[in-house]
Design a protein around this ligand. Structure first.
Ligand code: MLT
Ligand code: MN
Ligand code: ZN
Length: 306
């Protein structure tokens, strides 16, 4: 199985177009310690020729250009793509906007939970993905679906919230609304050749159920949105904590490092990393701390072979 990180950053990318937080300021200054990262997506393949995308980021075209395995190959037809399927964790902009990049009449299948499929159905712009070319399939929970190249994909619910643009801003938010695990946000187990990769780019809490899903995997890719829960409020950028955004911080007693400490997974990688997160600065104390806890920080183009 091959896993290629197409985009390691969260929504906005790193640096974000309108941001001068301490990390973005370093990036704008060209500091080599902050590598630019595009928005959250990865490509996965069981056979090296058929590829499944996990999420379609607004940066997808750039990501395809940067990834030779995703370039069209010489075939009998003048049109080709190694991308056969696109799986969605949810309806967030950073995960669906790139579908519009795939509109040039290429046969594809989009797989998503019912909530994300409703979003595609209710937003007419996605009709540009012609139904005679692009199928939309509801993903069952806990049932392995075999995709091109023999990749087995199993979806499971993880705690999370509705997309930002669907939030009801007229009522106060409760913890239950930011961490419901009713299938609005999915995690995935990928299996091929006896190897297991678990990918959870959005996660509001590591519950016992999430721990069980992760345990025994060969690779975990996990939500690394912020380092501290109050990162955005402390920088004066937003009143929202990571928890309020439906994500987990890495650090702290309720953070993902503590929650996944000692888990039986040989390779743990953070992705969906927000541009404010100081782990994006190579050599920073926060990056050292995360690495000492056994985690790697994803970067664009990172490839993991299992
Ligand atoms: C998120 O991960 O919370 C969303 O991508 C935020 C957004 O829509 O910008
Ligand atoms: Mn996001
Ligand atoms: Zn920033």
């Amino acid at each position: 199985m091959r896993v290629v990180i197409l985009g390691a950053a969260a929504g906005g990318g790193s640096p974000q177009w309108n941001c001068r937080c301490p990390v973005c300021a370093l990036a704008w200054a060209g500091d080599p310690r902050v590598r630019p990262r595009t928005q959250s997506s990865l490509a996965i393949s069981a056979n090296g020729s058929d590829w499944v995308l996990l999420n379609a980021s607004p940066d997808l075209r750039t990501q395809i250009l940067a990834t030779s395995a995703l370039h069209p190959r010489v075939t009998d037809s003048r049109r080709h793509s190694p991308i056969t399927d696109v799986i969605l964790t949810n309806g967030d902009i950073d995960h669906v906007a790139g579908l519009l990049t795939l509109r040039e009449r290429q046969p594809l299948t989009i797989h998503a939970g019912p909530r994300a499929l409703d979003i595609l159905r209710d937003n007419a712009v996605f009709n540009v993905l012609a139904p005679d070319m692009v199928a939309r399939r509801p993903l069952p929970v806990d049932v392995p679906v075999t995709m091109a190249g023999g990749l087995a994909v199993t979806a499971f619910p993880v705690p999370g919230k509705v997309p930002l643009y669907m939030e009801d801003t007229t009522t106060a938010w409760t913890a239950a609304e930011t961490a419901a695990d009713d299938g609005r946000v999915l995690g995935f187990l990928f299996q091929a050749g006896g190897r297991r990769a678990v990918c959870i780019p959005n996660c509001a809490a590591v519950t016992d159920a999430v721990r069980e899903r992760v345990c025994g995997a060969d690779l975990l890719l996990f939500d690394g949105t912020t380092f501290t829960d109050d990162e955005m409020p402390a920088l004066g950028l937003s009143p929202k904590t990571a928890a309020r955004m439906g994500h987990m911080a890495m650090d702290g007693p309720l953070g993902s490092m503590a929650a996944l400490d000692g888990i039986d997974v040989p390779l743990k990688v953070y992705m969906h990393i927000n541009n404010t997160n100081p782990v994006l600065v190579d050599g920073s104390p926060q990056q050292r701390l995360v690495e000492a806890a056994g985690w790697a920080i994803a970067h664009d183009g990172m490839e993991i072979r299992l």
